[in-house]
Design a protein around this ligand. Structure first.
Ligand code: FAD
Length: 457
């Protein structure tokens, strides 16, 4: 009887899963394994929202494997040691896993090679599990990655994707391997009350429902903050409960401009992956320095706290920051304008904002979070690095009748229509009654400080 291990990381699904497929083809039995590595929490990535969503994903994966005659084996400990122990226990000769792009993923792979190699166990790393097109598959002629999105998108669109694979019918798991109980959601009040349910089943249901009812409105309504036409699939993609490659193929099969717009957004995800794969240090260091001398956290402590808590006095910024805490998710447009407000209007280091997002976002990941923050801060791949989003104009454009602000900022619930974006223009006695803060800073002052810091005044 031959045995192979499938090490699950950011790919918690049974559909379109090349490592599971390959392991089943290579061996009589497989051990689907997930290791709770204390290194992840120690590195500050154990945010309660993501731990809760992860627990849902693991439970759902275990159910899916049980429905196929198997189960998920969960262990806790340093990943390389746990995998080696499981492989030894069941006599496995191969371990299959998805390729990762972060520095952490590279270190994990090295450790696994170090612990498995001497024991004669082969590590097989599969591409295009986490992304649709693997990082490095398309490159410009004179560089190791694309630094500009549009030419990347053109090349990426011409790549052939492997056909999406169905879930296997049966997953035979050896009875000799023991594991811990599948973890449940952590018991903490730091989990967002409006957090979505995780798992492959929930993700597939969401995609099916969204593509039936909302996808057609996606193109035009993509930036409508109150309309909620975005897919909200990002957490499922983050944990790999959905396959990016399968989503691209299903959207293309449907066709039309809205579906193509959705595919373009999925390409942004691959774009950032190929940047970080080539420049892993960009998770913490400026990709392109602008020689910023950001205000220190001490100097800007009051502003940072107001931004985090959603009381900057700019309604659309405050609405978005409160949505983040309540749902562990934020609309892309809201992420853009809150990040621009912090880095450019308040002139605070993008790393401070990225850290707060990672504390709360259920889809928070090093690749997309850090590189989008850099994009907004102008230290990343944006070709217009010094642009500043005006929160009043953004509010009027993307929340014209103010419904999004009223949903999240109850102090302003009585203000009708778009007037909600400029509460300082309301009659004095109404303003006093609303108990909504005055703006932290005038937009012109923020802009002048930023332009002078960037040497552009
Ligand atoms: P949709 O609009 O439905 O898009 C479909 C999918 O495309 C998303 O699920 C996502 O996987 C991908 N996508 C869309 N836009 C982007 C983008 N700009 N970059 C990368 N992928 C994209 N996304 C994350 O997944 N994790 C993060 O930690 C994260 N942090 C961000 C921080 C900032 C400051 C900004 C500006 C953006 C960030 N994003 C992040 C990207 C984007 O905002 C979210 O992916 C998107 O809002 C998720 O909602 P959705 O699934 O409804 O997106």
């Amino acid at each position: 009887m031959t045995v192979a291990v499938v090490l699950y990381t950011s790919d918690l699904r049974v559909h379109d899963h090349p490592p599971l497929h390959a392991a089943l083809a290579a061996a009589d039995e497989v051990v689907p394994l997930f290791v709770r590595d204390p290194g992840v929490a120690a590195a500050g990535f154990g945010a309660p929202n993501r731990l809760a969503f992860l627990a849902d994903c693991l439970t759902d994966l275990d159910d899916a494997l049980r429905a196929r005659g198997g189960r998920l084996v969960v262990r806790a400990g340093p990943v390389a040691e746990e995998v080696a122990a499981v492989a030894a226990r069941c006599g496995a000769t191969e371990v299959h896993m998805a390729a990762g792009v972060t520095a952490y993923a590279h270190r994990r792979e090295e450790r696994l090679r170090g612990s498995l190699g001497p024991r004669g166990v082969a590590l097989r790393v599969h591409d295009a599990v986490v992304t649709a097109v693997p990082p490095g598959a398309v490159t410009p002629s004179a560089a190791d990655h694309y630094a500009v999105f549009t030419p990347y998108f053109r090349r990426w669109s011409g790549e052939r994707l492997r056909p999406a694979r169905p879930a296997p019918r049966a997953v035979p798991v050896p009875s000799s391997v023991r594991g811990d109980p599948v973890p449940s959601r952590p018991d903490t009040d730091r989990t967002s009350p409006g957090l979505a349910a995780g798992g492959e089943t929930a993700g597939r249901d969401r995609f099916a429902r969204w593509s039936r009812t909302r996808l057609d409105a996606y193109g035009e309504g993509q930036d409508d903050l109150a309309g909620d036409t975005a897919s909200r699939l990002s957490p499922y993609l983050h944990f790999g409960a959905l396959s990016a490659s399968e989503l691209v193929q299903r959207a293309r099969a449907r066709g039309g401009a809205a579906a193509e717009g959705f595919v373009r957004q999925l390409c942004w995800r691959d774009f950032h992956h190929q940047v970080l794969a080539a420049r892993p240090e960009a998770s913490v260091r400026d990709y392109r320095t602008r020689n910023d001398r950001w205000r220190t956290e001490d100097e800007a402590a009051g502003d940072i706290a107001a931004w985090r808590e959603g009381r900057t006095g700019y309604p659309v910024v405050d609405a978005a920051m409160r949505q983040l805490r309540h749902e562990g998710w934020m609309h892309n447009r809201a992420r853009l304008l809150t990040a621009s407000f912090l880095t450019k209007t308040l002139y605070v280091d993008w790393r401070t904002g990225a850290r707060h997002f990672l504390d709360w976002l259920v889809d928070g990941d090093v690749v997309n979070n850090q590189l989008n923050w850099q994009w907004v801060a102008g230290t990343g791949t944006d070709t217009r690095p010094h642009r500043v989003l005006n929160p009043v104009l953004q509010g009027r454009r993307h929340d014209p009748d103010g419904a999004y602000v009223r949903r999240w900022v109850p102090e302003l619930a009585e203000v009708k229509g778009g007037a909600v974006h400029e509460p300082w223009l309301l009659p004095e006695e109404q303003r006093a009654r609303l108990r909504y803060p005055e703006p932290l800073i005038g937009l012109a002052d923020g802009l002048a400080r930023f332009r002078s810091a960037r040497g552009r005044d």
